[in-house]
Design a protein around this ligand. Structure first.
Ligand code: MEV
Length: 344
């Protein structure tokens, strides 16, 4: 048992973190092509308040747990992750409180494990980096509460540790990097992450309401490589060229070029058979309403589409018209700041 538990802080802390969207590059990044992801203005908010006991309020339900149990669970997960036993990890993580408790445990290693009342709230949807968003806000708020100075890298690392548990494996690190750093991030497996300096961008997100399995979609794309290795490489290279050109349009603020490139990416990636009628309908409708570009994002096979309007006002109009037509659409800003302390 760690010491200093009696010495409770008298002040709480609140942190907010954005969601994430892959603008371009999904699936191609698996084959070492570049991708661009961005932080978007849907927020997770985590408050950590002084309390005599440890209480976690997650999905609106309160869990009371002892500090000893958190430490025991944390040590067990450390061991399971160290031996890469992801099957056991997935079983442990079926309880959705386990991953956030593990984040607290990870943060407490460089500070103190203290009782607290933690309240997690998020408007970030699945497929938009919701777990990394919650975990980065939790890591920052808990560290601040415990009196520790944490760097952005440490917050990102704690969010990644939580994502390993929540996803039952080792994700790419895109989500935790984008939600902690904010802005736009270019990533490539062999090169790592690099910030792109570009102005904020209005976007409309449209949720198909369909659940997609990332593993199944990745397998569908991989099957194409077996069928036609040369054609596969050629398509991957075309996707990479689109992403390179899109980075230039993003930096120069040329939205009509960016929209055209989003559509080109959509057309090329659609040839892998991972789009759905609902996703195609969203793209078609957005374009008919005057959008500059539109495409599914994430793994495809369902999930959300990202739509590029002419400006923020056009984005609000597009989202409203799509909602009137029965779509689950909302406007957001891309390129926003990463995790930060926020007020009450
Ligand atoms: C899923 O959000 C993005 C994919 O490229 C898979 C991955 O990068 O791990 C489809």
């Amino acid at each position: 048992m760690r010491g200093l538990r009696g010495d409770l802080p008298d002040k709480g802390a609140v942190a907010c973190a954005p969601g994430k969207i892959i603008l371009l590059g999904e699936h191609a990044v698996v084959y070492d092509r570049p991708g661009i992801a961005t932080a978007v203005s849907v927020l997770s908010r985590v408050s950590v308040e002084p309390s005599d006991e440890f209480v976690l309020v997650n999905y609106g339900k309160a869990l009371r747990i002892s500090l000893d149990d958190i430490e025991e669970m944390g040590r067990e997960i450390d061991e399971v992750v160290a031996r890469r036993d992801f099957e056991t990890l997935r079983i442990i993580a079926r309880d959705r409180n386990v991953a956030p408790l593990y984040v607290v445990y990870v943060v407490s290693r460089s500070s103190r494990l203290l009782p607290a009342k933690i309240v997690i709230e998020t408007e970030v949807r699945k497929g938009m980096g919701s777990s990394a968003s919650v975990f980065s806000a939790l890591a920052l708020a808990y560290a601040r509460y415990a009196g520790a100075e944490v760097s952005g890298e440490e917050v990102s690392a704690a969010a990644y540790a939580g994502d390993v548990v929540a996803h039952g494996g080792t994700p790419s690190g895109i989500d935790n990097t984008v939600v902690t750093q904010g802005g736009y991030i270019r990533f490539r497996r062999s090169e790592g992450f690099r910030r792109i300096s570009a102005p904020p961008l209005p976007l409309v997100v449209v949720d198909s309401g369909e659940e997609a399995s990332t593993a199944e979609m990745v397998a569908l794309v991989r099957a194409e490589r077996g069928r036609d290795p040369e054609g596969f490489e050629e398509r991957m290279n075309r996707l990479a060229s689109v992403v390179e050109a899109a980075e230039r349009s993003l930096v120069s603020g040329n939205l009509s070029d960016l929209g055209r490139l989003m559509l080109e990416y959509y057309e090329i990636l659609s040839t892998f058979g991972i789009s759905t009628e609902a996703l195609d309908e969203i793209v078609k409708t957005a374009l008919s309403l005057g959008a500059l570009g539109a495409k599914p994002t994430g793994a495809w096979g369902g999930g959300v589409c990202v739509v590029l309007p002419r400006d923020a006002e056009d984005g609000r109009r597009l989202a409203e018209e799509m909602r009137e037509m029965g779509f689950d659409a909302f406007s957001v800003t891309a390129g926003v700041e990463g995790v930060r302390l926020c007020s009450g």
